[in-house]
Design a protein around this ligand. Structure first.
Ligand SMILES: [Zn+2]
Length: 498
């Protein structure tokens, strides 16, 4: 490591990260056990040092961007916009995490001893984050005083786990400023929210973060209902009744799903021919083929309960799996086109951002003559749509042969990030979000259109499939099917077009 002083030996230039990478990559695995354990610790130190240097670069980048924005006449209150999003793209993280990383880096400039412990490996990035989080409610001076008191660089936290660190920092913060800490607790009520995460076996975890009184009240109401029903002979378990009651009361419908649209995308082979290609449940992710078929068939069986399952035919180009486009002259995305974009994009199109789609965005803005079309449309979350509108950012759809719908996002520093629409069920994964550059891709053999097959009780709408222009009519296209469970007049499956 002698070469990594002020200059690289022999060259007279300062070292680059690429030099360091080359050296690290060339380190052989130690020959004996003790040596290997030493290496594990040393590489851990390297990770912490690298993360600390990233924080340093992040702060410098924030200042540089603010200077540039100030020079460009951006009002003081809006300076710094888009910095977190650029940090996120560069670090292959979601915009939300980019914001947290930027906040961490900036807070550390006022906590020199914590930063020193981070740099030396005494604290890793996660534990440093915990310390900063617990002091976030303090004034700059109080935070600096807590930093001094904890003196993390002297080995205060050697051997301490996450929880021990949190409680030590909490205690120090409280001693410094009891009022702020109490105020933060009263502000926490603003954080109340409901979130959904996938769980194994086509289950999902619905979580509500509530003020304690309301949380206890909801739980008590569900428990009471379960006890009541079990007392009158309901055979379901207590937990099962509580879960069912929660769903019924939240959706307002017995059984839960009929009034809310559940979008299930699968291939026609999965629906009609027992194929094992998995399906995609919008807002959840991949689900097994058999499960998707069962949900669809159950929907039919329950048609007496005002549940109609709509079957919408979608067509994908056989070589790329791209959805076949539809166009419109209207400025607002019409309903069918919006649905098309949501099915194609699934989640926010910004690389690494998994947030649900909230906005149908004109990639090239309407005011710059961007057309309202599937090609010029993309689904974005609220934050990413806002970022895209800030000065220095631009996006355009780019035709990349052999892949699906691709958007090129350009940031103020001139970096470009490509986002290719995710693979629909039945198409190859090649070219997903975040992929950049061009690479040769194998072209799968073209498949022909499977003639739609009648399901028992299925009514099919007449006319051509959705959005098929002359070109796509002449080329073989693949069928994919979106099955929508939704409330409607008591009825059956129908072929439905946007
Ligand atoms: Zn987003």
């Amino acid at each position: 490591m002698e070469a990594f002083g002020a200059v690289v030996a022999g060259s007279g230039r300062p070292p680059t990260v690429a030099d360091a990478l080359r050296v690290l990559a060339a380190v052989p695995v130690a020959a004996d056990g003790p040596g290997m354990v030493d290496q594990l610790r040393q590489f851990e130190d390297v990770k912490a040092l690298v993360a600390a240097r990233q924080a340093e670069v992040t702060v410098a980048f924030d200042l540089q961007q603010r200077r540039e924005q100030a020079a460009a006449g951006v009002p003081a209150g809006e300076q710094g916009t888009g910095v977190a999003a650029q940090v996120a793209l560069a670090r292959r993280e979601s915009p939300a995490r980019g914001g947290r990383l930027l906040g961490l880096a900036k807070a550390l400039t006022g906590m020199p001893r914590t930063y020193a412990a981070f740099r030396s490996g005494q604290l890793n990035e996660w534990r440093t984050t915990l310390i900063v989080k617990e002091t976030a409610c303090l004034s700059v001076e109080d935070r600096a005083a807590v930093d001094e008191e904890l003196a993390a660089d002297t080995g205060t936290f050697d051997g301490a786990g996450d929880r021990a660190i949190i409680s030590a920092v909490k205690a120090a913060a409280y001693r410094k400023d009891p009022r702020s800490v109490a105020k933060r607790a009263s502000h926490a009520v603003n954080e109340r929210t409901v979130s959904l995460r996938p769980a194994p076996d086509t289950m999902a975890r619905l979580t509500a973060l509530l003020p304690v009184a309301q949380g206890v009240a909801v739980y008590a109401a569900l428990t009471k209902e379960a006890d009541r029903l079990r007392a009158v002979g309901d055979g379901r378990g207590k937990g099962q009744i509580m879960a069912d009651t929660l769903v019924e009361r939240a959706t307002g419908v017995k059984g839960g799903v009929s009034r809310i649209e559940v979008q299930l995308v699968m291939t026609d082979r999965t629906l009609l021919q027992g194929d094992s290609e998995p399906a995609r449940l919008t807002g959840y992710g991949t689900v097994p083929a058999a499960w998707a078929r069962k949900v669809t068939i159950d929907g039919l069986a329950r048609s007496k309960e005002e549940l109609t399952v709509w079957v919408r035919r979608l067509y994908t180009a056989p070589a790329t799996g791209d959805l076949v486009a539809m166009d419109s002259r209207a400025r607002l995305f019409p309903h069918g086109l919006r649905r098309f974009i949501q099915v194609r994009d699934n989640v926010c199109r910004t690389p690494y951002c998994d947030a649900p789609i909230r906005h149908d965005d004109h990639i090239i803005p309407w005011r710059k003559d961007g057309p309202t079309s599937a090609g010029n449309g993309q689904g974005l979350c609220e934050a990413c749509n806002h970022t895209k509108e800030t000065p220095g950012w631009s996006a355009k759809p780019v035709p990349v042969p052999g892949t699906r719908h691709t958007v090129l996002l350009r940031t103020p520093t001139g970096h470009a990030y490509a986002s290719t629409a995710p693979a629909l069920p039945g198409t190859s994964l090649a070219g997903t979000k975040g992929w950049a550059g061009t690479e040769a891709r194998k072209t799968p053999p073209p498949s022909t259109v499977t003639p739609p097959v009648d399901l028992p009780g299925v009514r099919r709408r007449a006319g051509p499939g959705p959005g098929r222009d002359a070109a796509s009519r002449n080329s073989p296209v693949r069928n994919s099917i979106q099955v929508l469970g939704r409330a409607g007049p008591a009825g059956q499956y129908r072929w439905f077009q946007p």
